[in-house]
Design a protein around this ligand. Structure first.
Ligand code: RAT
Ligand code: ZN
Length: 412
């Protein structure tokens, strides 16, 4: 029989020891060189922190952007760590990282922090961080529309098996007008009007990239007003290119819904916001294409309950993560508790969305803390009905929640 203390210790231990498959990040295989961000200046210039820094900075945005990365980092450090306490989730994250790496931040000395990172190479640091974070594999976000990234795939390199790939196609689905000429330039016989020949050629493009990068899924982020079915290019391309492509290659389509890009363009990447999306469109897609697999996360808190209900209705839908503005302890807790109550463990509790390698440490440490709280509470309710969870049972559940369930969903 568990006491509350033994139960908590057991659940915490299992959660800490279970390696994660992090199914959505913006990290890169070290072979991508400069594209893989790491170290204190990249941590401080994370766009989540830039948005927070701008709440205090008085300089025009253009002046900030004209500074070198170290200058930007210094302004953020001063505004968010020295002049005020670093209480926000993104600020706290930097401190969790430094603490875990045994870097003493107490003197509050940025140049000294920089020195600590000098001793690592990208390759060595990757291993160190993944071990600390207990992450077994991460999925990158790979866009054929990104010229820098494309050049690396063109050159070719030896893949690091810890870095999986996902085919990210926002421009294709959201900006057909400008994507069609690019596809043409890359040798695909598409026309601006969407017709059968064009759909076939888009499928050939998707198939080529799927094979080339070994894409685990095809991903897109969508605005709140995205709707399906619809007349526009987005819905047409989904129906006539993405769906048949997904069936042919056994590839899931991952939708990240609810982002409003460039609400404040002056902030650049930090200027995106959110809005509630249409869960009904997700349901209609799942119903119309039972032979396709869908992954979905939504950005608005208001959508979380309906999205859980949608997942109860469609076994070809797997929901994942507490995305972006939802990746804060209080919201992770609320969402994870609700998902467990409605779906058991048939969802993926979290993805890190890390853009800087070091962030794997804090994103997963903070999620693990919350998951421990919620699962202890839930197992205690089972124990109260004399269903004592055994270690192996808890291990299976946690494995599923931390990426293992997704892997099964993708392969079955
Ligand atoms: O969370 C983020 O870092 C956002 O900027 C987005 O990248 C978002 O996660 C996305 O993949 O579009
Ligand atoms: Zn992302």
């Amino acid at each position: 029989m568990h006491t509350p203390e033994t139960l908590r210790a057991l659940v915490r231990d299992v959660i800490e020891r279970t390696p994660v498959y992090d199914m959505h990040t913006h990290l890169y295989d070290p072979a991508f060189g400069e594209l893989l961000l790491w170290g204190i200046d990249d941590l401080l210039t994370y766009h989540y922190l830039i948005a927070e820094g701008f709440r205090w900075l008085e300089m025009p945005a253009e002046k900030f952007w004209a500074l070198p990365k170290s200058g930007q980092a210094e302004l953020i450090w001063n505004a968010l760590f020295l002049e005020h306490s670093p209480l926000s989730e993104a600020c706290r994250g930097v401190l969790t990282v430094l603490h875990a790496l045994e870097i003493d931040a107490r003197p509050r000395d940025l140049p000294a922090l920089r020195q600590h990172f000098k001793k690592w190479t990208a390759a060595g640091f990757t291993t160190r961080v993944m071990e600390k974070a207990n992450v077994r594999q991460v999925c990158m976000t790979n866009s054929p529309f990104d010229a820098t990234e494309r050049a690396v795939w063109d050159r070719g390199f030896n893949r690091d098996p810890r870095f999986r790939a996902a085919l990210r196609i926002d421009p294709l689905l959201l900006d057909w007008e400008n994507s069609a000429p690019l596809l043409r330039a890359w040798g695909y016989d598409v026309s601006p009007e969407l017709n059968p020949r064009t759909f076939d050629e888009v499928r050939r493009f998707l198939a080529d990239w799927t094979r080339r990068i070994d894409a685990q899924y095809c991903m897109v982020s969508l605005p709140p007003d995205w709707s399906f079915p619809a007349d526009g290019a987005t819905a047409q391309l989904i129906e006539h290119a993405i769906m048949p492509h997904g069936r042919e290659h056994g590839q899931a389509f991952a939708m990240m819904i609810g982002v409003r890009r460039g609400v404040n363009p002056q902030l650049r990447m930090a200027g995106d916001s959110l809005g509630p999306g249409e869960v009904e469109s997700v349901e209609r897609l799942c119903a119309a294409f039972p032979g396709n697999k869908f992954l979905c996360t939504m950005l608005a808190r208001e959508n979380q309950h309906a999205l859980c209900v949608a997942a109860r209705k469609f076994r070809n839908l797997h929901i994942f993560g507490c995305w972006w503005f939802l990746n804060t302890p209080s919201l992770i807790e609320e969402i994870t508790r609700m998902r467990l109550e409605l779906l058991g463990v048939s969802f993926t509790a979290q993805h890190s969305d890390a853009r800087v390698l070091d962030q794997l440490i804090y994103k997963w440490a903070h999620t693990r803390e919350v998951l421990t709280r919620v699962l202890v509470e839930k197992y205690a309710t089972l124990a109260a009905a004399s269903w004592e969870p055994g270690r192996a049972e808890i291990e299976g559940d946690v494995h599923d929640l931390l990426g293992g369930g997704l892997e099964k969903f993708l392969t079955h």
